[in-house]
Design a protein. Structure first.
Length: 146
């Protein structure tokens, strides 16, 4: 039988508790840093207040592949993390636009209005909800195999 010093059990317990706390903290940090979002970029005219969308722009988000947008276009970016950078180049000679923004942790999908962002109107992004289509039994056709 092995005899332990008087404080050894307590020290082991404290070290184990500290390791558990470190692992939980590391898990939380990694979750927050790598939380994925879907960002829909919208280059449509804004009605209230009346803002006209740019005709042709090239948009880069977080150094990903740049996408071209004509007025009325909408496209999608898959992003990781909470802090993002958007860079917009205009085809008409207007100086480039760059802005950093943060998305909340909770929702998965956001829609960002490029004309609102360029003109400094808050909020320029909002949560985007997809509508679930319910299937109706009456609407389904019966398939008869002969």
């Amino acid at each position: 039988m092995r005899i332990m010093k008087p404080g050894t059990k307590r020290r082991r317990l404290l070290i184990r508790l500290a390791l558990v706390v470190v692992w939980i903290g590391l898990g939380v940090v990694l979750f927050v840093m790598n939380r994925g979002h879907t960002l829909l970029l919208d280059n449509k005219n804004v009605e209230a207040p009346a803002i006209r969308a740019p005709d042709l722009i090239s948009v880069t988000v977080d150094n990903k592949k740049p996408l071209e947008f004509f007025r009325g276009d909408r496209d999608i970016f898959e992003l990781g993390g909470g802090s993002h950078r958007i860079y917009i180049e205009f085809s008409d000679g207007t100086p480039s636009f760059e802005k950093r923004f943060k998305l909340p942790l909770g929702p998965d999908m956001f829609i960002l209005s490029i004309p609102k962002m360029i003109n400094g109107i808050e909020p320029y992004y909002e949560v985007f909800y997809t509508q679930q289509e319910s299937r109706s039994v009456d609407a389904e056709e019966e398939i008869i195999l002969e």
